[in-house]
Design a protein around this ligand. Structure first.
Ligand code: AMP
Length: 215
């Protein structure tokens, strides 16, 4: 199972990738998570990436391609992987294809999560992340039992700095300019499957599992 989850930031692909990863036993590779970990550890890569992330811009292709290459090469990815948030540009998609060809592999499917701009802004501005574990909440749709506290580990819930309104708007513009061409790119290769990303986490999950079990 070698999948790419494509869609605007906040469409819910990370949450769905977590679930698919648990259900099918293939790892989720999120370039956003890898970059945030590098930022938190203050590595030189993290320091470089932070400037771009804080503005809502894309981190240079070379940096993210290197991160993905390192992960895909591990035995953890023997049964496949779910790429969440990568590729985001045509050069990244070309590099991914080259990387896979070099291993005698190819992508199975690209799932394109479709949602309206209004719904995305609403989801991102209400999103809250645990400061200690990977749990993600939403003030309105997936609230924690105790306000501001993670149900899983008791950690403090925080808003990602790039989920603030101004950065969200630039992230969406960056997506429209740089990532949107990937839809046609993968459609032409007959890999694209569109999925309605609106509604609850459970309803999107149901549609996604149905789609994956068809292929
Ligand atoms: P995400 O969590 O996927 O929304 O990513 C958060 C931020 O990390 C993005 O706004 C970019 O600055 C950076 N980022 C994540 N994935 C990529 C990628 N494939 N290419 C370039 N920048 C990325």
């Amino acid at each position: 199972m070698r999948l790419v989850f494509l869609g605007v930031p906040g469409v819910g692909k990370g949450t769905q990738a977590e679930m698919v990863s648990a259900k099918y036993g293939v790892p989720k590779i999120s370039t956003g998570d890898l970059l945030r970990a590098a930022v938190a550890q203050q590595t030189s890569l993290g320091k470089e990436a932070k400037q771009y992330m804080d503005r809502g811009d894309l981190v240079p292709d070379k940096v993210v391609i290197g991160l993905v290459e390192e992960k895909i090469g591990t035995s953890e990815c023997g049964k496949g992987f779910i790429l969440d948030g990568f590729p985001r540009t045509v050069p990244q998609a070309d590099s991914l294809a080259g990387l896979l060809v070099g291993k005698g592999l190819s992508l199975c499917r690209v799932i394109y999560f479709v949602i309206t701009r209004e719904e995305v802004i609403n989801r991102l501005s209400g999103r809250r992340n645990c400061s200690r574990c990977p749990a993600v909440y939403h003030l309105e749709f997936v609230p924690s039992k105790k306000e501001g506290i993670c149900d899983e580990c008791g950690g403090e819930l925080i808003q990602r700095s790039d989920d603030r309104k101004k950065t969200v708007e630039s992230r969406l513009t960056v997506y429209e300019e740089q990532t949107f061409p990937l839809i046609e790119y993968y459609r032409e290769k007959n890999l694209l499957a569109e999925l309605d990303g609106s509604g609850s986490v459970g309803s999107v999950q149901g549609r996604l599992i149905a789609l994956l079990s068809k292929s």
